[in-house]
Design a protein around this ligand. Structure first.
Ligand code: AMP
Length: 222
């Protein structure tokens, strides 16, 4: 089963994808996490990707598309995967369709998360991530703080703010790119009859864990 997480930055894609991955036993493939791991390890790919990520721009397709194709071919993804952060443009969605066809797979479900913009910006500014790249737990200093300030509850490593979350200009740019380049994917997948839209917001008391629980229930009842 191939599941795609769609939605602007800060809507909770990573949280929902992580919970679905555990319940459905298929890997969460996050392009952002792969890039950040490469940046912290100072690989060639990481150094190249960082030029774009630090400015809030998209990493070019000649880097991103082969990277995701290689990852989808890994043994742990043979029964499917949850794609978190890919595709981000119509061109990437078309490339994904092509590579899945070659693997005799298809996109089965696209979860489109929506959250009011003010809440999104607040969540990006208050998001903290574990610096241990094998843990990558995410916290929020307001909604879901760690037990000890600045320390990961799970592995004890220090937490930090993502570089692109602390720069208001990079945040603005990422949201602008989402509106312009990624949001057309909603229609793209609506036409393929695989789109499911879910609102995540404190105002309706519905957070990522609630959405993941309902989706797992629906998938298991099918
Ligand atoms: P994320 O963790 O999903 O917010 O991604 C962090 C950054 O990685 C984005 O702002 C982009 O610079 C880059 N990135 C992640 N996924 C993609 C993608 N599918 N295409 C191009 N750039 C990406």
């Amino acid at each position: 089963m191939i599941i795609i997480m769609l939605g602007a930055q800060g809507t909770g894609k990573g949280t929902v994808a992580g919970l679905l991955s555990k319940s459905l036993n298929i890997p969460q493939i996050s392009t952002g996490d792969i890039f950040r791991k490469n940046i912290s390890e100072k690989t060639k790919l990481g150094i190249e990707a960082d030029k774009y990520i630090s400015k809030g721009e998209l990493v070019p397709d000649n880097i991103t598309v082969p990277m995701i194709e290689d990852r989808l071919k890994c043994e742990d993804a043979k029964n499917g995967a949850i794609l978190d952060g890919f595709p981000r443009t119509i061109e990437q969605a078309e490339e994904l369709d092509k590579m899945l066809r070659k693997m005799e797979k298809e996109v089965n479900l696209v979860i489109n998360l929506i959250t009011p913009k003010e809440e999104i910006i607040d969540r990006m500014l208050t998001r903290r991530v574990c610096t241990n790249q094998d843990c990558k737990a995410t916290y929020n200093t307001k909604l879901h703080p760690p037990k000890v300030e600045g320390i990961c509850d799970i592995c004890g490593s220090p937490l930090k703010q993502r570089a692109d979350d602390s720069d208001p200009e990079a945040i603005r740019k990422r949201l602008e790119i989402y509106d312009e380049k990624t949001s057309p994917l909603v229609d793209y997948y609506k036409k393929q009859n695989v789109l499911k839209t879910e609102e995540i917001s404190i105002s309706i008391n519905r957070m990522g864990a609630d959405v993941a629980k309902d989706i797992v229930k629906e998938l298991k009842n099918d």
